[in-house]
Design a protein around this ligand. Structure first.
Ligand code: ZN
Ligand code: ZN
Length: 390
């Protein structure tokens, strides 16, 4: 679709369709095996439901304990037992309500979350299953803070929020057979608390509903990495996945940042053994000249390490020697091989340190996203939902 037509349709839809209040169901404390849990509100009141029946109201000072008992969950306060249920729901009475939970068996830290909590047993009945039914934008702010930490620039947080939202909407079916949409582990996206950083909350609000799509209106694979070293990679050169938007771009913004340069020295004999044994390459010719010890990417990123008839994918060398990137040169220094490298990570998509630097230099989030992702559109998700139903 031509960009102008796309924009026209999206502008029209913007007026026709209101953004729906969207929620997402997130399994929390996924990696813990929980038997007993304490719940208490930290703002606002909650209604407590057991198997669909309103049991009582929980004011902001209320505390409830839930523990596994056979195939049911025993619900009680400190004073009394309320009953045994299959599903317990803590439903917030106001949009600003939040709660804290603490695992008692086993002992765990206090965690805070926005909105609603549902508690049931896992399908194999071996542990409690906790599902946070949370407003989509609340979830996004929690992920931005859990994954990126606090104290960054507002404009940079808008980028993170848009990428978290884009990733979420592309992966909503991941756990659907288990009864929720996403988990709170890095398997989906890390989500360990409600957000408290003001810049994060502002950035999520300012970018509300925005996602990144390609020219066919498909949500993009929002790849990112720490530092590209001056040039990002084409996705097909790293993952054998060709896209219209993950294209190599030159980037000078990250060159003064902390992950821009690295070095690694290994014994010459290790390198020789590697190319000789693993890649069947003779390292000495009849003149006793050592081969395979010089390589440069000064003119730009390469895909292969090459020396005469030897050709090894740089990503294999990176993985075999656990190097920070594939953007390195090789030189022999005495009895050692020195890797002189640039950047950190796979190099595909957005360069985080470059984007952070651009945000500090007052580039807008739109400009930065278009800089790292080629030929993409930033659209409101409510318009996208409409297209999807066609
Ligand atoms: Zn997951
Ligand atoms: Zn970069």
């Amino acid at each position: 679709m031509k960009k102008n037509n796309l924009l026209l349709v999206l502008v029209l839809l913007f007026f026709v369709f209101q953004a729906k209040a969207n929620t997402v169901s997130v399994r929390i404390l996924t990696t813990k095996i929980i038997n007993t849990l304490i719940f208490s509100p930290i703002g606002g009141s909650y209604s407590v439901y057991g198997d669909g029946v309103l049991l009582e109201n929980c004011d902001p000072t209320g505390i409830f304990q839930m523990s596994m008992e056979g195939d049911f969950i025993l619900l009680k306060t400190f004073e009394r037992e309320i009953g045994k249920f299959g599903v317990i729901k803590m439903i917030a009475k106001a949009p600003s309500a939040a709660f804290k939970v603490k695992s008692v068996i086993p002992q765990g830290k206090v965690r805070t979350y926005d909105d609603n909590l549902e508690i049931m047993l896992t399908q194999d009945k071996s542990q409690l299953l906790l599902i946070n039914k949370v407003d989509l934008e609340h979830y996004i702010s929690g992920v931005v803070e859990s994954e990126g930490g606090r104290g960054s620039n507002l404009e940079y947080y808008k980028i993170q929020a848009i990428l978290v939202r884009t990733y979420l909407l592309a992966h909503l079916n991941r756990h659907i057979l288990e009864g929720f949409e996403v988990c709170d582990d890095v398997h989906c996206q890390a989500y360990s608390n409600k957000a408290s950083d003001n810049n994060i909350l502002k950035a999520v609000l300012a970018s509300k509903g925005i996602v990144v799509v390609d020219n066919n209106l498909n949500l993009i694979t929002a790849a990112f990495h720490s530092n590209c070293g001056g040039e990002t990679c084409n996705s097909q050169d790293v993952w054998a996945m060709s896209t219209t938007y993950l294209k190599s771009v030159k980037d000078t913004f990250c060159l003064s940042q902390s992950q821009a340069h690295w070095q690694r020295v290994i014994p010459l004999e290790d390198w020789q053994a590697y190319i000789q044994l693993k890649h069947k390459y003779p390292v000495d010719d009849s003149m006793n000249f050592i081969r395979g010890t010089s390589f440069s990417q000064a003119a730009g990123r390469e895909i292969y390490f090459k020396d005469k008839d030897l050709k090894i994918p740089l990503k294999s060398i990176r993985s075999d020697f656990k190097l920070k990137s594939t953007y390195f040169s090789i030189e022999q220094v005495g009895n050692s091989i020195k890797f002189k490298g640039r950047g950190y990570g796979h190099g595909v998509g957005l360069c985080q340190e470059g984007a952070m630097r651009m945000a500090k230099l007052k580039y807008s989030y739109e400009y930065i996203l278009h800089y790292y992702y080629k030929d993409v559109n930033l659209v409101d998700v409510s318009a996208l939902n409409y297209f999807r139903q066609e």
